[in-house]
Design a binder for this molecule. Structure first.
Ligand code: HAM
Length: 430
């Protein structure tokens, strides 16, 4: 057997304590923000039947075609997938437990998602999202509220340089008409059919021509840009209802002073969207500049087996958001220690652990020295811990039921009865 050190799976990161402090801080802030908009937490499994994602995200999407961690359960043959996103699971859970029975739902989740993408800065195979879903709401008010709430979070975080890209995908009938026109247009550039064209579709576009032509419009290939620029526009097919919905979303955003840019080419990489779609982007993270994205998905609940139910949501990538904050020079908040307990001798050790528990009863953060050593070396550790106070307990203190309290930032050490411990410690800390 080899005893080589094993490494984490490529594209899957350890989050070490210094960085985890930032994660904890962000997660708490995000939860407060979500609760302030009435969203409630839901927790779904990390593994779901593969069929769920195929049906929800779409068979001809990058995620389903080439990025899912799918496997057959070796024990019973079930086809399973590590969730690549949360919306499908959330809708499945809502339906399975009949949560829409008598009220719409505002829900959020957070945790790891898995996509077998090529790892690079800001793009990982295990990454983390905060996801937000509002189910049972049809009006433009909720679309706009979700965008306004994002803007509030960026403000709270002091994030600069994030901008909003907005589009509408209209409803199914308009999209079907557009799709037919788009296919007819793109077929002219399919060199297999037409021999004498100067421009032609790339391999990706050829593959998607009949299965998912809309995604062709999202191609980053420079050779495709001229074809794309002249393609029939979905906007020309949009019906009054969808246009009115979009007008209203824009009007609300303007009333809230949330600037946006209309991007008719924004189509998103998952098939379930209709009407409003949006992405919050930054130019500061290189190619992976989308920190948060989402939109309306009125057809998904029915597609997964429920009654037709309008819905809208979004998810943000935690790694990307935190990278932006770090880029802004945000200092990591360090977990603080209030008291470091130094002790020597058997009796002192017993009193020390009792005192440490008592201090924790008063909500103080206490490090009890473990592992022995001289008073001097223990005091060095107390100093390095950043504690504001050290308790010093030797056997003579323990015998007298007393402890010495030493303020670490200077000042006189005091020897007090254990009864007065909390009071004395608090005097130095507050
Ligand atoms: P998505 O655009 O696939 O949408 O992902 C949302 C966000 O997750 C992205 O904007 C990005 O910040 C982050 N993200 C995605 N892939 C990676 C990756 N490989 N590495 C790091 N971060 C990544 C969804 O997942 C939809 N479920 C959003 C939604 C919710 N729509 C409606 N409700």
């Amino acid at each position: 057997m080899s005893n080589e050190t094993l490494q984490a799976v490529r594209g899957m990161n350890d989050i070490l304590p210094d960085e985890a402090e930032l994660w904890l801080w962000f997660e708490e802030l995000a939860r407060d923000w979500l609760h302030s908009y009435g969203y409630r937490n839901i927790r779904m499994p990390l593994v779901e039947p593969t069929a769920l994602f195929k049906r929800a995200i779409g068979e001809v999407t990058d995620i389903v075609e080439k990025e899912m961690y799918s496997f057959a359960d070796a024990l019973n043959g079930d086809l399973l997938t590590l969730r690549p996103e949360g919306t499908a699971s959330c809708v499945r859970a809502v339906l399975q437990h009949n949560l829409l029975y008598n009220a719409p739902q505002r829900l959020y989740y957070s945790g790891p998602m898995f996509r077998h993408e090529r790892p690079q800065k800001g793009r990982y195979r295990q990454f983390h999202q905060f996801g937000v879903e509002a189910l049972g709401f049809a009006g433009p008010d909720i679309d706009a509220e979700q965008i306004v709430m994002c803007a509030r979070l960026w403000n709270k975080l002091g994030l600069r340089d994030v901008s909003l890209q907005l589009n509408t995908l209209g409803d199914a009938a308009a999209r079907n008409r557009h799709r037919a026109k788009l296919i007819a247009y793109l077929e002219q550039f399919d060199a297999d059919l037409e021999a004498n064209v100067s421009m032609s579709l790339d391999a990706d576009a050829k593959r998607r021509l009949h299965s998912n032509p809309l995604r062709i419009l999202d191609s980053k290939n420079p050779a495709m840009q001229q074809i794309i620029a002249q393609a029939p526009k979905l906007w020309d097919e949009l019906e009054d209802d969808a246009l009115k919905h979009f007008d209203e979303v824009r009007a609300i955003l303007k009333r809230h002073d949330v600037p946006f840019e209309i991007n008719p080419r924004l189509v998103r990489g998952l098939d379930y969207y209709n009407r409003t779609v949006f992405e919050w982007v930054t130019t500061r993270l290189g190619a992976q500049g989308t920190i948060c994205a989402g939109g309306r998905y009125d057809g998904l609940v029915e597609q997964i087996g429920g009654k037709p139910t309008p819905a809208t949501g979004f998810a943000m990538g935690v790694e990307r958001l935190l990278a932006l904050l770090q880029d802004d020079g945000m200092a990591l908040p360090k977990a603080e220690v209030d008291v470091y307990v130094v002790h020597q001798g058997e009796l002192a050790g017993q009193l020390a652990s009792r005192m440490a528990e008592q201090l924790r009863d008063s909500n103080l953060r206490v490090l009890l020295h473990c592992g022995g050593g001289s008073f001097k070396s223990q005091m060095k550790k107390a100093d390095a811990s950043g504690a504001r106070v050290a308790l010093v307990i030797g056997d003579d203190e323990a015998q007298a039921d007393e402890v010495s309290v030493k303020p670490m930032q200077g000042g006189e050490q005091e020897r007090v009865s254990v009864r007065n411990l909390i009071e004395t410690v608090n005097k130095f800390i507050k």
